[in-house]
Design a protein around this ligand. Structure first.
Ligand code: 5GP
Ligand code: MG
Length: 195
């Protein structure tokens, strides 16, 4: 998997020391509140596990399954893949996601959760891309600011691969291109299979 990267951005030890800092801040900010974490799956699951184990205050965890990406581009159409929403009325909510890119996902998640009338709502992301947001949303806690490049590892995927890489790296253009070509040549679901 490492050979598919054009470069490594953050090794595991760098990520974990940044999570130490983020978790101290979050622990302090929520020290006298009842915290409910709402994690945006799938990309945030590694970040979630490592961050939450560093936050030594009582908290609830709920997960939302949301998708807006196809291959390496955000489609802008955000789909919520579960039937029920978490019960967050009157609660102090911290939404955690892997990366803030165009802002479609977190904007949609925030709007949807605000309808449920939490006492407060903040957003934490491991990565924030340095590019104009397509939707007006910002993060309150940010692990690292990165350039506008497609990254994988530490939970982030490309076509469901690389989530288990323990570091974060930039996927090479060549691998992205091969993946996109494979996607184009894949028969549409339900299409007749050639004999
Ligand atoms: P947005 O909705 O902000 O445009 O995109 C956010 C979602 O797209 C993230 O939660 C993440 O799942 C996915 N995403 C955005 N940028 C990247 C990237 O560089 N690499 C990967 N693997 N996923 C990304
Ligand atoms: Mg995501």
């Amino acid at each position: 998997m490492l050979a598919d990267l054009s470069r490594v951005l953050f090794h595991e030890s760098t990520i974990l020391s940044r999570l130490d800092e983020m978790s101290h801040q979050i622990t302090w900010d929520y020290r006298d509140k009842e915290l409910t974490v709402v994690a945006v799956l799938n990309g945030s699951f590694v970040f979630l596990g490592d961050l939450l184990r560093r936050i030594p205050i009582p908290l609830h965890v709920d997960c939302l399954s949301v998708s807006s990406y196809s291959g390496h581009r955000s489609t802008g159409v955000v789909t919520f893949d579960q039937t029920s929403m978490p019960e967050i009325a009157g609660r102090h909510v911290l939404v955690l996601d892997d990366i803030l890119d165009g802002g479609f996902t977190l904007h949609a998640v925030r709007e949807r959760l605000l309808q449920l009338q939490p006492a407060s709502l903040k957003i934490g992301v491991l990565l924030r891309k340095n590019r104009p947001r397509e939707m007006p949303v910002e993060a309150d806690y940010v692990g690292f600011d990165i350039a506008d490049e497609f990254v994988v590892g530490y939970g982030l995927d490309f076509m469901e691969h690389y989530r288990n890489l323990p570091l974060i790296g930039v996927l090479s253009e060549e691998v992205i291109q091969q993946g996109m070509d494979a996607l184009k040549n894949k028969p549409a679901p339900g299409a007749p299979v050639a004999p």
